[in-house]
Structure formats: structure tokens, C-alpha cells
Design a protein around this ligand. Structure first.
Ligand SMILES: [Zn+2]
Length: 180
């Protein structure tokens, strides 16, 4: 998204933990907050979107100076694994790169209260229909390595058969299975 309406929209990025505004600069990550400053006959709301975004740049060939941003998760879904922010949607992206050895479907098992854990994060991953039982341990190890390299956290991957989880349909698929 390229924000272009700066005269109508105050565009902020905040730290979701502290609520403090962060500088809107390339590389900054945080929660997107909008305030529509040109509205009439309604209260001025500083609206927390719940979207966790990264600022990709503040200059563009089109000449506009509004920030360009990419949304990569929901603040509500964010987990903190030994101090590292981890988004289930980002885990899903890494796992999906191994299709067809995985189906791309995952569930993060949250067996701790709140969002913070010091333990490895348990992730269930559907393996692809063509994967044979003797190949499963190596695939688990590869997924754990890729998640550590891409997202800097320790995962404990458990492979489950294809079609274990609900498929995307009208409802948004829940990527978290909460057990605490
Ligand atoms: Zn542009």
C-alpha cells in the first residue's frame, strides 16, 4: 500500500506493546494507526488497525512522499518467543515454500497464557500426500531449520497428515490453536 492522502489522514506506526509512536522510516515495523483529520460532525478517532506493518520506503517514482507499507500480520496474533516477535502468518509463508512436501496448512499450538513464551513454539504442519513415513523426521528437521533462519525463533514442528485442518472457505482460517 502506498499512502497518498497525507492531508486527510494522519498516518502513524506504534509499538503495539507500549503504544508509543515510532518514526515512519524505511525498515520500521509496528502497528498501523490512522486518524482521519478531515471528518466533520463526528469525533476525531485515532484508530488502531491491528495490522502489523513494515515501512518499505518513503520515496517513489510517482513523486508522492507518503510511506509505502506492507502488512504482514495482525497484532492480536503476534506471539513473543524468547523476545522475538513471531506472526503465525509469517510461519505459514515459510511452510508454504515447501509445497508439495507440505500442504501449506499449519496450526500454532499456544499452550501458554497470553502471548509470551520462553519455550520453543509448537507448530503443527500438514505434510504433503506424497511424503512417505520414513521421510517425515528429515522434513520436520528441515522445517525447524528454515523457520529459525527466516524468523529467528525455535520451532518444535509436528507433522500431521494432509486434510487434518479446515480448508480456507468463507470463514477465515484460524492459525492458532489455544490450549491455555
Ligand atoms: Zn507511488
Amino acid at each position: 500500500m502506498h499512502a497518498c492522502a497525507q492531508e486527510f489522514l494522519l498516518f502513524e506506526i506504534i509499538d503495539p506493546e507500549t503504544g508509543r509512536p515510532l518514526p515512519v522510516e524505511t525498515g520500521v515495523k509496528g502497528e498501523l494507526v490512522y486518524t482521519a483529520i478531515d471528518r466533520e460532525a463526528s469525533p476525531l478517532l485515532r484508530f488502531r488497525t491491528g495490522d502489523h506493518v513494515e515501512v518499505l520506503g518513503t520515496s517513489c517514482r510517482c513523486g508522492r512522499t507518503g510511506p509505502k507499507i506492507r502488512c504482514f500480520g495482525r497484532t492480536d496474533d503476534m506471539l513473543i518467543v524468547r523476545g522475538v516477535n513471531v506472526f503465525p502468518s509469517a510461519i505459514k509463508d515459510v511452510v508454504a515454500r515447501l509445497e508439495p512436501r507440505t500442504t501449506g496448512a499449519i496450526k500454532v499450538v499456544v499452550d501458554f497464557p497470553g502471548h509470551t513464551t520462553q519455550q520453543p513454539l509448537k507448530v503443527k504442519v500438514e505434510h504433503g500426500p506424497g511424503v512417505k513415513p520414513p521421510e517425515l523426521p528429515a522434513l520436520e528437521a528441515e522445517l525447524e531449520r528454515r523457520l529459525r533462519e527466516a524468523l529467528a525463533f525455535k520451532a518444535e514442528v509436528e507433522l500431521v497428515p494432509p486434510d487434518t485442518f479446515e480448508k480456507p472457505g468463507v470463514q477465515k482460517v484460524q492459525l492458532i490453536e489455544r490450549r491455555a
